[in-house]
Design a protein around this ligand. Structure first.
Ligand code: SAM
Ligand code: F3S
Length: 473
């Protein structure tokens, strides 16, 4: 149903084929960027036969898929570009491209500041990479395209290729929340949802390729509002109910959600859809109502906790993770204690927590930031230590339970050891059958958890093929 714009490269009979060009991609930041990087490879492969390489010296094209959410990630890009000058000079014809949010924000200023750069493209124009490569080769000047041409990107991407039993499907792009600290609405554009039929076609194609778990992706995935064939709109809860009826799909999850859109219909979905992962990532940012208002988040600590308590009524053992910012301008000890109180009440078992980083062009960047760095650092350490404790307690409670595990591949330890994911999205390693462990990859097996480590679990296989079991805890 989606037009395939790129014909694969043709070979002429009797001629020896040139080896395929190779692309090396360095990805900064979030899962959205990981997804975009995989799409860059798909586009370049379909249009020009590129292969991905993990060895930069083997590459003809280097792409930096950048993140500008915090200053550190942003600055790292320019130091990498400095180093890429020598890489480029070492072999004629090599190209350097910058994509993602830094590219979107800086546009052609990047090519002026870093002379090694040939291509500058944004999150919404990555499908134009082949044309941009042609353009820079023809003009010998940097080719720049950082527009937001609405949903065109999705229509121009080749069919998705599955790599293993789990896959991401982007259902919406951008963000219209304009939290005062955040650069994303300026770099990725406003929220726009993919039509329902396009999402379903992509899921169907992935399931046909052996995928068993789908993660629905979006900057604010629960603001999904995809148009349906009859012109009406589908929200995330309805999409989940529709996907639950897809036979081959064993498990579905979504990220990242905004608390303001986390409504009763989504809580009901956790109650009524066993295939919905036993995990939720719900960024809260702060526990102080004063700071939340300054951030323009649109909820209070009590609003957030009410939703969590309702959720835990229907899924008592759900894994709950969040994002937290400490040291927002003017954050007092009292504000920070409110964040600690929220952590106690919500019992997050994981979190991405960072010190506030002023982003030029955002409203908060103009606020006076009087909090000393050592105070911010100490607050961050307290947040992280407490959440680590909750994480360890959560994992320890899994020991002794039997979990339905999606086997994702051999474990890094080798032998017949396998690795997989529990319904709460924790990694678990266990010994597969010695004679034929690989047979279980892509299947759901029952695994008894025997030990919890800092970042993973260990277990013993109980039975195979127990798809669809509710998580036990
Ligand atoms: N949609 C999500 C939400 O509901 O909040 C957030 C997506 S945002 C790209 C990812 C995370 O980056 C945020 O949750 C926030 O914690 C962090 N972040 C964004 N801007 C930041 C800044 N200026 N300083 C520190 N952390 C920031
Ligand atoms: Fe950023 Fe707030 Fe959107 S954190 S991605 S503006 S919900």
């Amino acid at each position: 149903m989606r037009p395939l714009y790129f014909a694969p490269p043709r070979s002429t009979p009797g001629m020896t084929q040139a080896p395929p060009s190779k692309v090396f991609i360095k990805t900064f930041g979030c899962q959205m960027n990981e997804y975009d990087s995989s799409k860059m490879v798909d586009v370049l492969k379909a249009a020009r036969g590129y292969e991905r390489t993990l060895d930069i010296d083997d590459a003809d094209l280097v792409l930096l898929n950048t993140c500008s959410v915090r200053e550190k990630a942003s600055e790292k890009v320019f130091s990498d570009l400095g180093r890429l000058k020598a890489w480029k000079a070492a072999k004629p014809g090599r190209l350097v491209g910058v994509g993602g949010c830094v590219a979107s924000q800086e546009g052609d200023a990047i090519a002026k500041r870093a002379t090694a750069v040939d291509l500058v493209f944004g999150p919404q124009t990555l499908h134009r990479l082949p044309e941009l490569i042609d353009q820079t080769r023809a003009t010998l000047r940097p080719a720049v395209d950082v527009r937001f041409p609405e949903i065109e990107k999705f229509d121009r991407l080749p069919e998705p290729r599955a790599e293993g039993p789990t896959a991401f499907v982007s259902i919406m792009e951008g963000c219209s929340k304009y939290c005062t600290f955040c650069i994303v609405p300026y770099t990725r554009g406003e929220e726009i949802s993919r039509p329902l039929d396009d999402v379903l076609a992509e899921v169907d194609s992935l399931l046909g390729q052996g995928v068993r778990e789908i993660t629905l992706l979006g900057q604010n995935v629960n603001a999904y509002n995809g148009v349906m064939a009859d012109g009406s709109h589908c929200d995330l809860a309805l999409l989940l109910h529709i996907l639950a009826r897809f036979d081959g799909l064993g498990r579905v999850r979504y990220t990242t959600s905004h608390p303001a859109h986390f409504n009763d219909a989504l809580i009901d979905a956790f109650a009524s859809i066993p295939k919905l992962d036993n995990q939720l990532h719900l960024p809260v940012q702060s526990g102080s109502d004063r700071i939340l208002a300054m951030m323009k988040r649109g909820y209070t600590q009590a609003d957030y906790l009410r939703k969590i308590f309702r959720l835990r009524k229907v899924r008592p053992n759900i894994s709950l993770s969040t994002d937290l910012i400490v040291g927002f301008p003017s954050e007092t000890d009292e504000d920070f204690e409110q964040t600690m109180a929220l952590i106690e009440a919500a019992r997050f078992d994981a979190a991405y927590s960072f010190i506030y980083s002023p982003r030029p062009g955002t409203p908060a960047a103009n606020l006076r930031d009087g909090v000393p760095l050592d105070v911010k650092q100490a607050r961050l350490e307290r947040v992280q230590a407490r959440i680590r404790e909750f994480g360890e307690q959560f994992a320890a409670r899994l020991v002794g339970t039997v979990q339905s595990v999606l086997v994702t591949g051999p474990s890094r330890k080798g032998g017949s050891q396998l690795t997989g994911k529990t319904p709460c999205n924790r990694s678990i390693n266990f010994d597969g059958p010695a004679h034929d462990a690989a047979r279980l990859v892509g299947q759901f097996v029952d695994v008894q958890v025997t030990a919890s480590m800092a970042n993973s679990l260990r277990g013993e296989i109980v039975t195979a093929d127990a798809r669809g079991l509710l998580p036990l805890l």
